[in-house]
Ligand binder design. Structure first.
Ligand SMILES: [Ca+2]
Ligand SMILES: [Ca+2]
Length: 273
C-alpha cells in the first residue's frame, strides 16, 4: 500500500513538472498585444460600407479629429477611422461629413494616408492619396507617392488600392495596403507585424501636395501577427527546448531522489524488524 502511495506521489510530481514546462513554453510564444487593430476578412474596396456583409464589423473603430495646426488642436473636423487587418493587407477607412460636401468647393478634394517607417518617428515618407478630379461625378484617382524633403514623387510601382464615394454630405474612403509581403524600397514604407507605425491623415481641397493640405492628424498602430500563427524566432525555440530539457532533467532527478529515500527508509525498517 505504502509502495503504491509513493509511486503515485512520484508520478504526480513528474506530471506537475512537465505541465510547468509546457506553461513556460506557452508564455515564451506569446506576442504582447498593445493595441488591437482587429482581424477579419478583407472588405471590398468600393467606397461603400456594406452593412449586409458586415465587411468592417471586426475593425478597430477610432474617432479622431483633423486640425489645421497640430500644435493648437481646437475646432477639429471629427472623422471616423476604422482599421482592420486581413492578411496580407492592412485596411483603413475614413468617413466624415462636411456641410455642402457636394458643392463645387470640394470638386478637387483629396484624402491621403502618410506613413512613417518604424524607426523614423514622424518623418512621413510614403503617401497613399485619393484625389478627386470631380466629386459630383465621383471621378477620382488613387495615387501612390514617396516623399523626400517635403517633395512628393509619384511611385513607379504603385501599391495598394483605394475607393471613395460621396453620398449626401458624407464621404467614405476605403484604403488597402500590403503588409510584410512587399519590399518597401524607397517608394513605400514596408509595413511589418509587431512594430508600431505612425500614420498621418491629410485632407485638402486643392490637388497640390503638401501645400494643398489644410487639415491633418497623426495616429499610431501596431500591426499584430495573424491569429494562431505567431512567428517564433530561432532563439525563442531554443529557449523553449532548453526549458523542457532542464525542467524534465530536474524532475527526473527529483523523482529518483524521492524513490531512493523511500527505498532506504524501507530497508531501515526491514533491518530494524
Ligand atoms: Ca466597401
Ligand atoms: Ca509610396
Amino acid at each position: 500500500m505504502k509502495k503504491h502511495t509513493t509511486n503515485i506521489i512520484i508520478l504526480i510530481l513528474i506530471a506537475q513538472i512537465l505541465v510547468s514546462s509546457a506553461f513556460l513554453i506557452g508564455k515564451s510564444y506569446g506576442t504582447p498585444i498593445e493595441y488591437d487593430v482587429g482581424f477579419g476578412t478583407a472588405p471590398v474596396i468600393d467606397g461603400v460600407v456594406d452593412g449586409v456583409t458586415g465587411e468592417w464589423a471586426s475593425a478597430e473603430k477610432l474617432e479622431i479629429e483633423l486640425f489645421p495646426d497640430l500644435s493648437n488642436q481646437s475646432d477639429g473636423l471629427p472623422i471616423e477611422l476604422w482599421v482592420l487587418q486581413a492578411e496580407p493587407n492592412l485596411y483603413i477607412l475614413a468617413r466624415f461629413d462636411l456641410n455642402d460636401h457636394n458643392s463645387i468647393e470640394y470638386d478637387n478634394e483629396f484624402l491621403g494616408i502618410l506613413i512613417a517607417d518604424w524607426d523614423a518617428d514622424l518623418n512621413f515618407t510614403d503617401a497613399k492619396i485619393v484625389q478627386f478630379s470631380n466629386i459630383s461625378t465621383n471621378n477620382y484617382s488613387y495615387l501612390d507617392y514617396h516623399i523626400s524633403d517635403t517633395i512628393y514623387y509619384e511611385d513607379a510601382n504603385p501599391n495598394g488600392d483605394c475607393a471613395a464615394k460621396l453620398e449626401g454630405n458624407q464621404i467614405v474612403y476605403e484604403f488597402s495596403m500590403p503588409v510584410k509581403n512587399k519590399e518597401g524600397g524607397i517608394e513605400d514604407v514596408e509595413l511589418g507585424h509587431g512594430i508600431p507605425f505612425n500614420f498621418k491623415i491629410v485632407f485638402g481641397k486643392t490637388a497640390d501636395y503638401p501645400s494643398g493640405i489644410i487639415i491633418s492628424n497623426i495616429f499610431s498602430i501596431e500591426l499584430q501577427y495573424p491569429p494562431r500563427t505567431p512567428e517564433v524566432t530561432f532563439g525563442e525555440l531554443l529557449m523553449s527546448i532548453s526549458t523542457i530539457v532542464i525542467f524534465s532533467t530536474i524532475g527526473a532527478f527529483f523523482a529518483y531522489y524521492i524513490y531512493r529515500i523511500t527505498r532506504l527508509k524501507k530497508e531501515i525498517e526491514r533491518i530494524r524488524s
